[in-house]
Structure formats: C-alpha cells, structure tokens
Design a protein around this ligand. Sequence first.
Ligand code: HEC
Length: 149
Amino acid sequence: MTLAKSALIVALLAPAVALAASPAIYKARHDNFEAMGRAMKGTADSFKSGSPDIALIRANAAVLAAAAPKVTKMFPKGTGVEGNPKSEALPAIWQKPAEFAAANKRLVDATVAFKAAAAGGDMAAVQAAFGAVGGSCKNCHETFRKPRG
Ligand code: HEC
C-alpha cells in the first residue's frame, strides 16, 4: 500500500473512532463522579445525624478510594465540550496536565488517608480526613470544572 493510501485510510477512520469512543467515556466518568458524590453525601448525612454509622462510612471510604485513581484516566484529549456540549470539563485539563494530575493526586491521597482513618475508628480523625477529601474535590472543581450556579 502506498503511503498516500494509508494516510487516507487513517484520515477516514479517525473521526469514526473518536465518535464511537466519546459517549462511553463521558458516561464512564459521569458514573464515577456520581458514585463519589453519593459516597460523600452518605457520609456527610451520617455525620449530621449525630450518631455516625462507622460501617457505612467505611463502605463509602472504600468507594471513594476505588474511584479516585480513575479520574485522570477518564479525560482523554478531545473529550471536553467539543465532544459533548453538556460537559463541564474546562480546557485547562488539557492545557495544564501536570496541575490536573496533581489535583487528582491530592484526591487519591486524601481518600487513602480517609479509608485508613475510618478503619481506625477515631471519629474526630475520621471527620477531619473526610473534610480533607471534600477539600480535594473543591480544589479540582475550582480550576478544572465549569463554575456552577
Ligand atoms: C482532578 C480533578 C477532579 C477531582 C479531584 C474531582 N473532580 Fe469532580 N469533576 C471534575 C471535572 C473536570 C468534572 C466535569 C466533567 C464533565 O462534565 O465532563 C467533574 C464533575 C463532577 C460531578 C458531576 C458529574 C456529572 O457528569 O454530572 C460530580 C458529582 C463530581 N465531579 C463530584 C466529585 C467529588 C464528590 C469529588 C471528590 C470526592 C470530585 N468530584 C473530585 C474534576 C474533578
């Protein structure tokens, strides 16, 4: 096959591949963030109840620790608003990949610490570690997610 011919085939195939991959990746990251959101809300509600349920908090900490490392892998190039107008992903994700990775590492570290604190069971330490997880969500959203409201 000539070089020109193979270049043409690549050019014809590329858009089809991008279109096929996009909806799945938006859904995968939506589901991953929703799982984290539910785990955060469940934990916050448990603390608010006045008698926090440590078994429930441990389960939520495990969900968060499992979901956190997946975040950066779910933002391949071309999966911002250009591929889905509803996406709140800001271009900064791809313009500042090192900062984005650092923001994700902060989340990963916070969820690991939260899981360890929950395993220990000292409720003041668990609550402080939970607060740090929340802070790491906010930290990334401030720079890399479209402002809401
Ligand atoms: C490293 C960056 C980063 C971290 C850390 C992060 N998020 Fe996000 N989050 C985003 C981005 C970017 C979006 C927008 C994605 C989109 O719309 O395509 C988002 C979207 C969301 C959404 C909306 C999902 C949807 O599709 O409607 C929820 C809920 C959410 N995040 C919860 C959380 C929670 C809870 C945490 C912490 C436990 C967290 N996020 C940590 C970057 C991050």
